[in-house]
Design a protein around this ligand. Structure first.
Ligand code: CMP
Length: 140
């Protein structure tokens, strides 16, 4: 079964949207295989987003991601990576389709409520960044 890493980001947790976002995850048929609430250190956020290290927004992104609690989740489903990205909508909420999580809960391009892995390979890598194998409970 395909896996993706979702993160309910610090803006959505602080704004008390976590429950509504988790309800949407379940309603869309994802199996939650792992979930926890953590506050990342700046170094942990920099490690997770290392691929963006050269981007001008890297400092803003990693400071935001370490600014408060976030909720990483491993989601399982056939086509989990693409289906989660469809459910969350475009990275910039100004471009996100009606009914998507970012359309409804994101504040801005930087504070955009949720993260989703961009490929099957990165879904595995990112799930392993947050969770040990024994913390991921497969559906079957
Ligand atoms: P995410 O899907 O978590 O992956 C990388 C993140 O970088 C992205 O969501 C955005 O929140 C953030 N991001 C992308 N472009 C910008 C930008 N120009 N300014 C600030 N943050 C950005």
């Amino acid at each position: 079964m395909e896996r993706t890493l979702a993160i309910i980001k610090p803006d959505a947790v602080a704004n008390q949207h976590s429950g509504a976002i988790i309800a949407r995850i379940e309603k869309a048929g994802f199996h939650i295989a792992a979930m926890k609430l953590v506050r990342l250190t700046l170094a942990e956020a920099e490690g997770f987003y290392a691929v963006h290290a050269e981007r001008p927004f890297f400092g803003e992104l990693t400071e935001f991601m370490s600014s408060g609690a976030c909720i990483p989740l491993v989601l399982e489903k056939e086509n989990a990576v693409a289906d989660w990205r469809t459910l969350i909508g475009a990275t910039n909420p100004a471009d996100a389709a009606e009914g998507t999580i970012r359309k409804d809960y994101a504040e801005s391009l930087g504070r955009n409520a949720v993260h989703g892995s961009d490929s099957v390979e990165n879904g595995i890598k990112e799930a392993n960044y947050f969770f040990a194998e024994h913390e991921i409970v497969a559906n079957r």
